[in-house]
Design a binder for this molecule. Structure first.
Ligand code: ATP
Length: 290
């Protein structure tokens, strides 16, 4: 089995700030680090570190070959990452002393992915493989349709949130994951609470409160978060999603996959950085968490 991830690849520039800037404010950062990031890359690394066979579908510019190489080093199959005539996507991430973040995204090459590229990649997919995508690339609807046609389990991490983007792929989804704020926005747009969406598996992540799982027709299940000292929540959601997908791909019951994902995400919020610091399965299993 494999996880096909139509996903963004970014250079994450992380600036340490005393507080998040207000409109018009000029603020000196006390530090800068560059990491591999993008929701897509983060999820690919997380799922690979959780033991899944991950095949990334994406694009970088000539300035982003390091990012593709790094994904390969982390065990991700990068043969379907195209090199295009655009700058690689990047994110400017401000992190305050409490670990809260603010993010500016430039999509670049992530918006140069065509349906033909996705279709060519998925000719190698097998029935029962997982397909995941987020809202940071082009070709999402085409991928969702194609995934459904080919008998893949179609998964959507609805971030950065856009109600029309979710609504466009909703008919093709088997799995939807979004945070509490996004779930409320979707409910406002559609009139449907998470439990009423026409999707078999819906997970709402609740930050430091954990996650809630809705299986269609069942009572929702709560998974409390571990109590840890948060230093940087960037990438916690992506790590959580990658671990859940890897669990599903390996045939784990959803409760077990979510329990493992909660542990992985708790470790993640204790670390500054994104894809480069996602914990592997051994760390997740052995970590002393409450
Ligand atoms: P991101 O900040 O990566 O965009 P998100 O908004 O997608 O995150 P959250 O709901 O904030 O997702 O968090 C995802 C998961 O990370 C939670 O379900 C939980 O397991 C874990 N998590 C987040 N914040 C904390 C925290 N402060 N302490 C422990 N676990 C946390």
């Amino acid at each position: 089995m494999a996880i096909w991830n139509l996903g963004s690849i970014n250079a994450d520039m992380v600036y340490a700030l005393p507080h998040l800037p207000a409109p018009g404010e000029t603020l000196a950062a006390s530090g800068l680090q560059r990491f591999l990031g993008g929701k897509g890359a983060n999820m690919s690394v997380a799922a690979a570190r959780a033991g899944a066979h991950v095949r990334h579908i994406g694009a970088v510019g000539s300035d982003g070959l390091w990012a593709r190489d790094r994904l390969t080093e982390y065990g991700v199959d990068t043969r379907h990452i195209a090199q295009v005539d655009q700058p690689t996507g990047h994110a400017i991430i401000a992190v305050d002393a409490q670990g809260e973040n603010l993010i500016i995204l430039f999509p670049g090459a992530n918006h140069a992915i065509g349906a033909d590229q996705v279709s060519a990649a998925l000719t190698d997919s097998d029935t029962g493989d997982l397909l995941v995508f987020q809202n940071e690339t082009t070709a999402q609807v085409e991928a969702a349709k194609l995934g459904r046609e080919r008998g893949l389990t179609v998964c959507y991490a609805a971030a950065p949130f856009s109600a029309p983007a979710v609504q466009a792929v909703l008919p093709y989804l088997d799995f939807l994951i979004l945070n509490e704020v996004e779930a409320a926005q979707l409910q406002q747009a559609t009139g449907l609470a998470p439990a009423d969406l026409p999707v078999e598996h819906v997970i709402v992540t609740l930050g430091s409160k954990g996650a809630r799982y809705h299986q269609r027709g069942q009572v929702a299940a709560e998974f409390p978060a571990h109590k840890v000292k948060a230093v940087d929540t960037t990438g916690a959601g992506d790590t959580f999603t990658g671990y859940v997908l890897a669990g599903m791909d390996r045939g784990m019951p959803m409760a077990q996959a979510i329990t493992q994902a909660n542990r992985a995400a708790a470790l993640m919020v204790m670390r500054p950085g994104t894809a480069d610091v996602i914990p592997d399965l051994k760390e997740v299993r052995e970590a002393a968490l409450d």
